[in-house]
Design a protein around this ligand. Structure first.
Ligand code: ADP
Ligand code: MG
Length: 433
């Protein structure tokens, strides 16, 4: 028996128990394998309608099964039986951005939990953190991590069916589906996955009908132990969502990515420069790391500009060149958070007077806010330990370290405190308002 028939028998056999029986009978079972050349499989279906429908619903999954039974990344092409110039549908090779991988993600204090959770998901989708909800400010790697999950699944776990969608795309598809009466196609597409990756959930705020659809999609996947990962620029409770959905996020893991600290920024700059094949003097690395604090995309932009300028001017990159070329990026970057702002934000939140915060009192209602403020000062500013101590009523650096470690431990073990601390962190980073 030829190899293609054999492969198709296995592929369709694997699909059968995994998809809607009606879909299997009326679509999949009508597929005829036609040819296998090198790494392209051509499948024939009765007419163009089948090409279109299968193309938008099961093609990816079919390609995934082909890959896992053949052990090879085959491209699958669907054609209509009497196709006289009709459109064919070709399975995507790897829909994920090849730059956004786990290997290219620099791990540091602010993003290590999100990174570890994302990796665990590829290992055991639907089984540990479900749903996983990652939130962070702009340019901190949310999209990168979602793609890394998809990419890694595509590379090493081809049997997994994954889909990445931004919440805007999801909304548009939903609107189209209603308009053209194709809601069942939308369901077939999103409810038969192993991993659904939804980016930028905040855009669904207030979109009730789309949220309703998402809610049902969520339930179907969740009840079948399928993985769902969301990202957003803020925590679930701060997005105008369906309450039921917010409750479900609590069943899983909600984590944030904090802006990278100075060491991580340096590591990121070095990694990016290496990838671009350019040499950055230490002084320039430090300059960028000092000035660009809150957005990794801006860091990348700075490196690309320097590299372009150096190529055009045929001069090596120097600190002077960096200051000239980057003056507007570096000047524009958000002002640093001051310890004063942090103190004000913490005092406002805990309703403690600044005088008390800085005083020697050991009253528990003041000690905790004071420790939180020192923790934030260490995380959000580059102030040295003794400077922080000075600004907190002349304490010495060991007190600062002690407070920092104390809060770090609480943050690691108590989700409520973690949420509170990151909320204060965001308010302070935004200038205290
Ligand atoms: P977000 O979706 O959170 O706005 P992105 O994932 O698009 O951010 O990241 C912005 C850019 O910064 C991307 O090019 C991404 O590769 C890069 N980036 C973000 N975090 C990291 C990291 N930890 N290591 C390396 N590059 C990163
Ligand atoms: Mg993004």
């Amino acid at each position: 028996m030829d190899r293609l028939k054999d492969l198709w028998a296995q592929v369709s056999g694997n699909l059968k128990p995994r998809i809607d029986p009606y879909h299997y009978k009326s679509y999949i079972s009508l597929i005829k394998p036609r040819s296998l050349n090198e790494d392209i499989v051509t499948l024939e279906v009765p007419n163009q309608r089948y090409v279109d429908w299968l193309g938008s619903t099961y093609l990816e999954q079919i390609a995934g099964e082909f890959a896992s039974v053949s052990g090879q990344a085959l491209e699958v092409v669907l054609v209509a039986r009497n196709n006289g110039g009709g459109k064919t549908q070709i399975s995507p090779r790897n829909p994920y951005n090849p730059k956004y991988t786990f290997e290219s993600f620099v791990v540091g204090r602010g993003n290590s939990t999100a990174y570890a959770a994302a990796q665990a998901i590829v290992e055991r989708p639907g089984q540990i953190y479900n749903p996983l909800f990652i939130y962070a400010g702009v340019g901190l790697g949310k999209t990168h991590l979602l793609h890394a999950i998809g990419h890694e699944s595509f590379q090493s776990r081809r049997e997994l069916r994954t889909a990445y969608v931004t919440s805007e795309e999801f909304t548009n598809e939903f609107i189209e589906a209603i308009r053209y009466d194709r809601s069942s196609d939308l369901r077939a597409k999103y409810r038969n996955l192993d991993i659904l990756l939804i980016d930028d959930l905040q855009f669904l705020a207030g979109k009730e009908a789309t949220l309703e659809e998402l809610f049902h999609t969520f339930n179907t996947l969740y009840n079948n132990s399928k993985q769902i990962v969301f990202t957003s620029d803020r925590p679930p409770a701060e997005i105008k969502l369906d309450e039921r959905l917010v409750t479900r996020f609590e069943w899983g893991l909600v984590i944030d990515i904090q802006p990278p600290d100075i060491e991580t920024r340096i590591a990121i700059i070095q990694a990016k420069a290496e990838n671009e094949g350019i040499r950055l003097p230490d002084e320039v690395v430090d300059l960028i790391a000092q000035r660009v604090r809150s957005n990794i995309r801006t860091i990348e932009g700075a490196i690309l500009r320097l590299s372009a300028f150096s190529a055009i001017s045929e001069q090596p990159i120097s600190a002077k060149m960096a200051r000239d070329v980057l003056s507007n990026i570096l000047g524009r970057e958000t002002p640093r958070v001051s310890i004063g702002t942090i103190q004000r934000v913490v005092c406002d939140h805990f309703e403690v007077a600044l005088g008390e915060l800085l005083s020697k009192t050991r009253n528990a209602s003041v000690v905790f806010p004071r420790q939180v403020a020192m923790y934030l000062a260490r995380n959000l500013t580059d102030a040295k330990l003794h400077e922080i101590g000075l600004q907190f009523g002349g304490r010495d650096h060991s007190t600062v370290i002690h407070s920092y470690n104390k809060i770090r431990d609480v943050v690691e073990n108590d989700p409520d405190t973690a949420a509170l601390v990151s909320k204060l962190e965001r308010i302070a980073s935004a200038g205290g308002d």
